[in-house]
Design a protein around this ligand. Structure first.
Ligand code: SF4
Ligand code: SF4
Length: 412
């Protein structure tokens, strides 16, 4: 295992001076390792024998300029109801958790582990997507940050993100120019409520809006949707690295949950591990946040840690996988069909909801998102349409057919 740096408490981090955090975050680390994360208490069910036989995180990577080294596999778990799953992941060596105000009560569930385990985790949360508007006030953002801190049962979060930039449903790039946003985050940093702020995105204008933020703000972390099948993010990642901005990948499994590569799995490896290894081998990615729904997910994902080198067999399987879903998988960050529907059906969103429904095991959430669309924008429109959107997809996804299927899946 590589030598991870020690974490620091809020008191230490305020004591070091906000200027240090802003300008030279890495200076905040010390030589001691994050032994807290490695040696955290066992969950009651685990014997010491089980603990040592389970996969462990093998690599910690510098998280931009935050002053932390984090496990290359990070815990995401929208909808997590029991903190013992996160404790189990911490026992495997995971020291980064991703949450959001939007993820039901996940902030409160994580908070059940605090204050005892607070210093062992880098905690990222995200504000409600609709909060960030062209005229949101500084006070409104400050209140939202305070509420998340309270729900997390702590007195600071490590990173606070704008949830879903690059989503035209929430506004265009103009909202990011609102000075109140920048002022609110600066004040929160000064007060020691956050170490860094940033943005997440899987929306059609993700690249454009990340670019703007990298050029025009002091963000410390970006969280792009990316995986084996996405293209075109490399310049953004390189720019982030150059500026000391952390990169946390998400949406990394594409459609892997539903694809049967059981023959490959018999050999003790899994398709999902191959997808992770591929991503861990890309430049300029600090960690990958993954939705972990049970202990098996944790073990499988942690099993890919520190292993970016793919075997020939794994490369072959990934190629087959890519060919199999190329014309089915709607990519995060793609804007090909953004203006292709004369009826204003949000193609990209509906295909993503379907992905949540079919591949992420989040049926209720996906149906709720779909139900919130006005009837005039639902895919029922597609049944009586000739499908002029078809030619807009660079991956030849049969959009009309997939949207009609999505409507059936997502409607009660
Ligand atoms: S099939 Fe027609 S209604 Fe449906 S998204 Fe395409 S153009 Fe729009
Ligand atoms: S349907 Fe095709 S063009 Fe539209 S967002 Fe998905 S991948 Fe891009």
């Amino acid at each position: 295992m590589k030598d991870p740096d020690k974490t620091i408490s809020r008191r230490t981090f305020i004591g070091c001076g906000v200027a240090s955090v802003l300008g030279a975050g890495i200076g905040l680390t010390s030589d001691a390792s994050i032994l807290g994360a490695q040696e955290s208490e066992k969950t009651p069910e685990q014997t010491s024998e089980e603990k040592t036989s389970k996969p462990q995180i093998k690599e910690y990577r510098k998280l931009g300029g935050t002053g932390w080294k984090v496990s290359d596999i990070a815990f995401g778990g929208a909808g997590m109801k029991d903190p013992s799953l996160l404790e189990y992941a911490m026992d495997r060596g995971i020291n980064y958790v991703d949450t959001a105000r939007q993820y039901y009560d996940m902030e409160k569930v994580i908070g059940q582990l605090f204050p005892q385990k607070r210093d062992k985790l880098f905690v990222t949360t995200k504000l409600m997507p609709e909060l960030i508007t062209i005229d949101v006030t500084t006070d409104q953002i400050t209140t939202a940050i305070d509420e998340s801190i309270e729900r997390l049962n702590t007195d600071y979060v490590d990173a606070c993100l704008i949830h879903s930039v690059g989503d035209p449903n929430l506004g265009d790039i103009e909202r990011l120019r609102n000075p109140n946003i920048h002022e609110a985050f600066a004040k929160a940093k000064q007060a020691g409520k956050i170490r860094a702020w940033g943005a997440s995105s899987h929306g059609p204008t993700m690249v454009e809006e990340f670019n703007w933020l990298l050029d025009n703000s002091d963000i410390g972390l970006i969280m792009p949707g990316m995986n084996y099948l996405t293209k075109g993010l490399e310049p953004i990642l390189a720019k982030a690295r150059k500026k000391g901005v952390a990169v946390v990948a998400m949406k990394s499994m594409s459609m892997a949950r539903k694809v049967d590569f059981s023959e490959f799995m018999k050999e003790g490896r899994t398709l999902r591990q191959a997808l992770l290894k591929w991503l861990l081998g890309r430049s300029n990615i600090d960690t990958i946040s993954l939705t972990m729904r049970n202990f098996e997910d944790v073990d499988e994902f942690v099993g890919a840690s520190g292993k970016p080198k793919l075997s020939l067999k794994e490369k072959e399987v990934l190629e087959k996988y890519g060919m199999r879903i190329n014309s089915e998988y709607c990519r995060p960050g793609c804007a090909g069909c953004l203006h292709a529907c004369p009826n204003n059906v949000p193609i990209h969103d509906i295909l993503r909801y379907r992905l949540y429904f079919n591949n992420y095991g989040r049926e209720k959430y996906a149906m709720g998102l779909y139900a919130s669309l006005p009837e005039s924008r639902k895919a029922l429109q597609c049944t009586s349409c000739t499908g002029s959107c078809a030619s807009s997809c660079p991956y030849s996804i049969p959009i009309r057919e997939k949207l009609i299927e999505a409507h059936a899946d997502l409607t009660v």
